[in-house]
Write a protein that binds this ligand. Sequence first.
Ligand SMILES: C[S@@+](CC[C@H](N)C(=O)[O-])C[C@H]1O[C@@H](n2cnc3c(N)ncnc32)[C@H](O)[C@@H]1O
Length: 527
Amino acid sequence: MNFLLERDAPFSKSIIWKLQRDYFEERGFDAWRSGEVPHYVTSNPRIAHAYAQMLVATYLDLVRSGFTNEQPLHIVELGGGSGRFAFYLLKQLEQLSKQHDIPPDSFKYILTDFTQANLDFWKVHPCLQTYIQDGRLDMAIYDTSDSSSIPLQIGGHEIQEGSLTLPIAVIANYLFDGIPHELYFFDRGESHRCHVKVNCEFDYLSGNSTAGEVLSGTYLRYRKEDSADESSGDAHVDALLSHYRNHLLNGYVLVPDLGFACIQRLQALSTSGILLLVSDKGHVTTEECFVSTPPSLARHGSFSLPVNFDAFRWYFESNGGSAFLPQPHHESIVTACYCSFDAPVATYHLANAYANHVGVCGPDDFFGVYTLLRDHPHLLELQHILSALRVSLFDCHQLNVFLPKLIELAPDFSQSEKKVVSQVLEQCWYNYFPLGENNDPISKMANLFYEIDEYPRAIHFFELSLSLYGKDQGTLYNLAACYFQSGSLEKSVKILQEILEAGYYPEADVLLKRCQAALMEQSTILI
Ligand SMILES: C[S@@+](CC[C@H](N)C(=O)[O-])C[C@H]1O[C@@H](n2cnc3c(N)ncnc32)[C@H](O)[C@@H]1O
C-alpha cells in the first residue's frame, strides 16, 4: 500500500519534521536504550575530553582578556539525548579544572532536551547525582524551534535575555542534522526553494502506526519552485543565499535557517557572546555542500541529513566571529568550533585546544580506529586491547566490546598482566553510565574478574548483574563458583541448591558435590 502523506510543502515545513519530533517524544529514553539512535561516536570519554579542553581553553582566554568570573561559564547542551556525553564531560571538566587550578564552580552545565521524559531520566540517574547536588548540573526543557529562555528545573530560576555576563557555551551534538532545514537548488546564479511530496507505506492518518514506523516507510519527491527566490524573510538566510549565488555553484544545498535562529536566541541570553561546539555528520567546504541530487534521509529510528558546516562558518564570520573546522576527509563526524564574542578576546588557548584535540587528530579519527579494532577482535592480543582502552580514556563501552576477547585470553595471563587488567577494569567501571541496554558489561566484567582470580570483585559484579537483570541460572552458577573458589562453601551450596530446585543443571550438580565433599573434609579436620 502507498499513502499520500503530503502533496506539496516547502522542505522546512514538511510533515517529516513533525514525525521526527513525534518519534523522539514517543520513544523517549528507549531510543538510546535499544541502540536505535546511534550515539557512541558523540558520547564517549574521548570526544568529551576534546570538548573539555576547548571549554577550559575558552575560560582561560576569557580570564586573560579581562573577563571577571562573577558568574560561572554556562555550558548548555542542546538535545542531550542519553545524558552520557554530559556525564563524561563533567568528569573531564573536573579533572582539567584541577590541573589548571580553576575553581570547580567555574562551570555550570545545563543539560537540555525538548522532551520531559529525558529530563526525568537524567534527574534520577545515579551517575549525575553528585553534580546535581553540588549545583554544577541543572536541567531544562529547551526547544530549538522556539525557546527563548532556559527555565532551570533544579535551580528554579530562568536564564533570560542578557542574564549571563560571560559568553554562553553551547553544545549541539547530532542535533542540527535532525531539525528543520530549508532546501535550495542553485542554477546559474539563481536560487530556487524546494518543496516535497511525501508518500508512505503506512497509513499515518489511521493512527495505527507509530511515528517511527511511518518515518521508516516514507518516500520523498522534490520539486523546485519555478521562480527564483526573492526573499526568504530572514536577513541571515538571504545574505547566505546571495553569498552562494555569487559563487556561481550549481546543485542542491541545505540551509540551516532554524539553526541560525536558534543560535541568535541563545546568543541573546549573554551580554558577551557565544561559543558553539558541534559534532555531526556533514560537509565542511562550500563546494562539498553543493550536491547534484536532493539529499536522502539517513534512517536510524529517527532520520538525519548532512549538516552544512560551511553555512555556520559563514554565519559566524559574517557576524565578526571565528570558525575552527577540520580538514576535509572526515569519515563519520565533523567536530567544529564557532565563536563570536562581543568584546575582543584573544582565542589563543582555544585555537591551540582545537588544533591539538580536534584538528590534528580528533573524535572522528578516534572512532575510525575504534571501529577497525572492534571489527577485527581475532587480531588483538592483550597489549592491543589495553592500548585501545587507554586511548579511549577507559571507556566502558569499548571494554564491553573487548570483554569476550579478554575472557578468552585470560587463562594465559601472567600475574602482572592480571594486576594490570584488574586496574583497567576498575578504571573503566568508574566511567560506566548505565542506560539499561541489553548488552550490558556487568556479568562479562564479573566473568573476567573470576578468570583473573579476583573473587570478591567477581562476586560483587555477579550480584549486581542479578539485582539489575533478574535471576539468571548461568549468573547464579558463576556466583556459586566464585563463593566456592573464595572458600565460602555454605553460600555456594545455598545457591547451587536453589539452581537445582529450579531444574536440571549438571554443572551445578557436580559443583554441589564438590562443595559438600569439601565441607565434610573441613568438619573431619575440626573433629
Ligand atoms: C539524534 S539525538 C542526539 C542526542 C545526543 N546529543 C547524542 O549525540 O547522542 C537528537 C536529540 O535532540 C533532541 N531534539 C530533537 N528535536 C529537538 C528540538 N527541536 N529541540 C531540542 N531538542 C531536540 C531529541 O530529543 C534527541 O535527544
